[in-house]
Design a protein around this ligand. Structure first.
Ligand code: URA
Length: 288
């Protein structure tokens, strides 16, 4: 076996198509290499590739242009304390080559907001028109909904850390206020950065907002209805999937959806040992 340093695999599989990964591994094997080091983000990346191999990515069809050949970049965490480390991460995100190479994202970065010492980290999919304008995640109508949800939990935005998987607004031709979903490639490109963000924040729990986020972050597939109502894990941190706040806006205020989302929030509050009043427990319960 060739004596070489451990390979940080997340430089490769998270962002390369699976065929390139196979080529790469075969080449390493031919060089006599029999072991490679897999960290958490590499495992997450491989899981996502596996899922994509089984199911052609539907969202990719909405991509305005054919993505360019993927490019790799390593995440580096430096600095003392969370603020410095996040500042370093923000700088890397601004010029994040794997994302830039796709050529499918707009230019203004929207990184994250909130308290780096928060117990709850909420992760959405990508900024939209309003978020790009203000440079802050969840400030449009979905953000107002999120604020309402947090208020019902007895929390303010500033008590939580709010981020997105994709740090730039997905672009469309002749785009004005219209937004599009993130593609699997866009989410995969940013996954190592978000995993680094999680490792800096070290929240007590993560809430993944919406099915697209859950696919990109947790490698899950199916409906939010299938994913929600149970605990998952991201790098050893409990993670809950729930409906995206914008779904509440578009689901005609369906009480079932509101109650389901609220039950996920009650579970999060319980997990954190937050006090829960009878009134809170009863929100959106249908009487009868
Ligand atoms: N939807 C998201 O997923 N993130 C935002 O920041 C805004 C809307």
């Amino acid at each position: 076996m060739v004596d070489s340093p451990p390979l940080r695999l997340y430089e490769y599989p998270v962002i390369r198509p699976v065929d390139s990964l196979i080529d790469f591994l075969q080449a390493e094997q031919a060089r006599g290499r029999s072991h490679i080091f897999l960290d958490n983000s590499a495992r997450d990346g491989l899981r996502e590739l596996y899922i994509r191999m089984r199911k052609p990515p539907a969202a990719a069809a909405s991509s305005p242009t054919q993505p360019a050949a993927p490019v790799s970049q390593d995440v580096v965490i430096t600095g003392n304390g969370k603020a410095e480390q996040l500042a370093g991460l923000r700088k890397q995100a601004e010029r994040w080559a794997p994302a830039m190479a796709l050529g499918t994202l707009r230019e203004k970065m929207v990184f994250a907001t909130g308290n780096p010492d928060a117990a709850i980290m909420l992760i959405g999919e990508a900024p939209g028109y309003n978020e790009e304008k203000d440079g802050e995640p969840f400030v449009g109508p979905a953000g107002q909904k999120l604020n309402d949800i947090l208020k019902a939990m007895g929390l303010r935005r500033e008590d939580t850390y709010i981020s997105n998987l994709v740090k730039f607004r997905p672009s469309l031709p002749k785009q004005t206020t219209n937004n599009r979903k993130s593609s699997p490639e866009e989410m995969a490109a940013f996954l190592p950065l978000v995993m680094a963000e999680i490792s800096i924040i070290q929240p007590k729990l993560i809430i993944a907002l919406g099915g697209i986020t859950a696919e990109g972050l947790l490698g899950l597939e199916g409906t939010v209805g299938d994913m929600r109502g149970k605990w998952h894990e991201v790098s050893g941190i409990p993670a809950r999937v729930t409906y995206h706040p914008s779904y509440l806006l578009h689901s005609d205020g369906s009480n079932d959806v509101k109650r389901a989302l609220w039950e996920d929030m009650l579970a999060a509050m319980e997990k954190l040992g937050m006090p829960i009043s009878d009134k809170q427990r009863g929100f959106f319960l249908t009487k009868g």
